[in-house]
Design a protein around this ligand. Structure first.
Ligand SMILES: Nc1ncnc2c1ncn2[C@@H]1O[C@H](COP(=O)(O)OP(=O)(O)OP(=O)(O)O)[C@@H](O)[C@H]1O
Length: 674
């Protein structure tokens, strides 16, 4: 296979032999391109595709990479057949598959169901009450905090005491209670044959450490390639070492400058320490950006140079000059939206499709005002990030039915389902579920006596559960349809906008046809949730044109001809929620860098001087903002700075001097004399 399309360093990485390989690839330097070539090269060299494991951050990324591999293998049926056999997916998806195949070696029942983060929180909440931990005058941590502590301990491989000292000192006094809670949580999951996200990795670790099963699983693969290595955590790095103890056949690719997931216990140390973990590892550093113009790189290089610890690498580009990035100060959010829309439309007039342009922001709610304005003017857009499809209550309800059918012992799913019926609360639900858990099926419900309010619907529920949980039940879309029919009146009774919600579920019914079985559908949706019903409906048609709105986290790995980074104010980026420790500020800086490095040709950073506290404009409470600290004068020198409407701005901007504290002081001084 030819590697002509690559530059020298990319080619060196793609054609590298079996020694451990670290590719440190700056933004836009062709990391994805190189990885795709490496996979294709391995296949071409005779490695069997099913012996290649490709771990990516999201299912979409794996699919996109394998599509490129296809193309490189000359497309056609042979290429597709080959790339289709490669093991691709996220750590969690790969763990699920391996555990279903080999978990029995370590006593795991292959029919386990998976709890996502919200389910884990629910179970912890139930146990917290059951164990009576919330008693006493000092408040026991909330369910979300408990889940956070638990997950961080597991993923960062840190003992509870140390983690509490470092990250949750206010919970230290509850250390014993937390230990009891987590022990009970672990037992309860075992009784229910449930694994949570963290368990998937922990059980895979156990499987690989098992003297009998470990060699079998390791022996499945000749090559393991990992994308976005900068966002892996300690447990994931250890898992990789268990898969490839000497590092032979292991390739990791990443950019420490784009590490943005420490809140999931990811550690940028993994990439920095790779050469120490695998002595003799080859490191290839890619610095030629094929994406951004030199003028944009000048600015982004200056931004990331402010990071405290990183692989020093200055990106360069062979592309001709280009337009300097702009930093635009706006009066307020309205003006910011107007300006973005004006530019977007002007560029579309010049032939740049809407979807080659993106508006990026730190937090999902930062785009609220812009969304209203786009809606008002009828400009199509798609938003990525923020509330995910699976977080919507009605979607969770429907999936709870499917999960219960899959695993009648899943108490969290069962409680959710039964609580939908009138007259049933958590205690009655538990009493009804206990015999089902003990029996492992729904037969005990035939003779059960639900409360009077639930009685009219009870026979239909029991009949549905028995039929759909039987071994050779109807096809998956039919099952979803049956559940949706049963659920529709409950949804109408419970939620506003039931029509729209039921339409979402119709999408889910259509999407069900694409999965081989219920267990795969549940695992895939849980592990890599779609962001919206549109995404569930499959890739958009080429005729669709829409502006992309995205949180910075969801824009990772993407590129656009023009990007608009809005709300570049301190408090937004770095986020108020993260301004504690220097490491957190560094992570916010890297996020800002990820945002700025998505643009190929045009970059506009916008900063509204004044913004309203939510909800937009209601109540009229606004605050004055400071430009983000990540754009000090030395960095701003690489930008063209301008004010959106200088006249209006000057008049409006003046009060900033006299706002807040100084205005208060003046008023007090004034009042002194009245
Ligand atoms: N050797 C090359 N010659 C020409 N174009 C290239 C080459 N390598 C990559 N590109 C192009 O450069 C752009 C960035 O490449 P790619 O998407 O692989 O970057 P990346 O390193 O994964 O980016 P990021 O880390 O920022 O997500 C793409 O448009 C890609 O087609």
């Amino acid at each position: 296979m030819k590697l002509d399309a690559l530059d020298d360093r990319q080619r060196e990485a793609a054609a590298h032999g079996d020694e451990p390989l670290l590719i440190v690839a700056g933004a836009g330097t062709g990391k994805t391109t190189t990885l795709a070539h490496r996979v294709a090269h391995l296949i071409d060299r005779g490695v069997r595709p099913e012996r290649i494991l490709l771990v990516t951050f999201a299912r979409r990324a794996a699919a996109e990479l394998l599509r490129r591999v296809d193309g490189l293998l000359n497309g056609g049926a042979r290429g597709r057949a080959a790339s289709g056999r490669v093991w691709g997916g996220t750590f969690h998806a790969v763990a699920t598959r391996l555990l279903r195949l080999h978990g029995e070696h370590i006593g795991l029942h292959p029919g386990f169901t998976i709890h996502d983060r919200a389910d884990s929180e629910d179970l912890l909440d139930v146990l917290r009450a059951e164990l009576d931990l919330a008693r006493g005058d000092r408040r026991f941590p909330r369910k979300a905090t408990c889940a956070d502590i638990y997950s961080r301990c597991v993923n960062a491989r840190e003992p509870l005491g140390t983690l509490l000292d470092r990250g949750f000192p206010w919970c230290k006094e509850h250390e014993d209670g937390l230990k009891l809670l987590f022990r009970t949580y672990t037992d309860r999951k075992a009784e229910q044959n449930v694994l949570d996200f963290d368990d998937l990795l922990v059980f895979l670790d156990g499987l690989l450490a098992d003297p009998a099963a470990g060699p079998i699983v390791r022996g499945r693969f000749d090559a393991v390639l990992v994308d976005e290595y900068q966002d892996t955590n300690a447990l994931q790095a250890d898992l990789l070492e268990r898969l490839r103890p000497s590092g032979r056949g292991l390739t990791v690719v990443g950019d420490d400058a784009q590490a943005i997931y420490s809140f999931r216990a990811a550690t940028v140390r993994n990439i920095l320490d790779f050469p120490l973990r695998y002595p003799g590892a080859r490191s290839v550093v890619l610095t030629q950006s094929f994406r951004s113009t030199p003028t944009l790189l000048e600015a982004t290089n200056r931004v990331i140079a402010q990071a405290r610890e990183r692989h020093a690498k200055e990106l360069w580009s062979a592309r001709p000059g280009g337009e300097r990035p702009e930093l635009v100060t706006c009066r307020d959010e309205e003006q910011q939206s107007e300006l973005v829309i004006e530019r977007v439309l002007a560029r579309r007039e010049q032939g740049m499709d809407l979807r080659r342009q993106a508006v990026l922001f730190r937090a999902s709610h930062h785009s609220a005002q812009l969304e209203i304005e786009l809606g008002r003017r009828g400009i199509p857009f798609r938003k990525y990030g923020g509330l995910r499809f699976l977080e919507a209550a009605h979607v969770r309800d429907l999936l709870a039915f499917l999960r219960l059918l899959e695993n009648p012992r899943d108490l969290v799913a069962g409680t959710r389902v039964l609580s939908l019926l009138p007259g049933i609360g958590p205690h009655i639900a538990r009493a009804l579920l206990d015999p089902v858990v003990a029996h492992g099926g729904f037969a005990p419900w035939r003779a059960a006596r639900p409360p009077a309010a639930a009685a009219p619907r009870w026979p239909a529920l029991v009949a549905m559960c028995e039929e759909l949980s039987a071994p050779h039940g109807p096809a998956l879309p039919v099952q979803v349809h049956r559940v949706r029919d049963f659920y529709a009146p409950l949804c109408e009774a419970r939620y506003d906008h039931a029509d729209a919600r039921l339409r979402d579920l119709e999408q889910l019914e259509h999407a069900a046809a694409a999965f081989t079985d219920r267990s795969t559908m549940l695992a895939e949706l849980t592990l890599d949730p779609p962001q919206s019903t549109q995404e569930l409906a499959g890739p958009p048609s080429l005729d669709d044109d829409y502006l992309v709105l995205s949180t910075i986290h969801s824009a990772k790995g993407l590129e656009f001809d023009a990007t608009y980074v809005i709300h570049a104010a301190d408090g937004n980026i770095p986020s108020d929620l993260a301004t504690g420790r220097p490491e957190e500020i560094d992570e916010e800086l890297r996020l800002f860098y990820v945002a700025l490095s998505r643009a190929r040709d045009h970059l506009t950073v916008l900063f509204p001087l004044r913004w309203y506290d939510r909800p937009a404009g209601v109540g009229g409470k606004h605050s004055y903002a400071q430009l983000t600290r990540f754009l000090p004068p030395a960095v701003r020198a690489a930008f063209d700075e301008r004010a959106a409407a200088p006249e209006a701005l000057r008049a409006e901007a003046l009060p900033t001097v006299e706002s807040g504290v100084s205005a208060e002081i003046r008023k007090r001084m004034h009042d002194l004399w009245s």
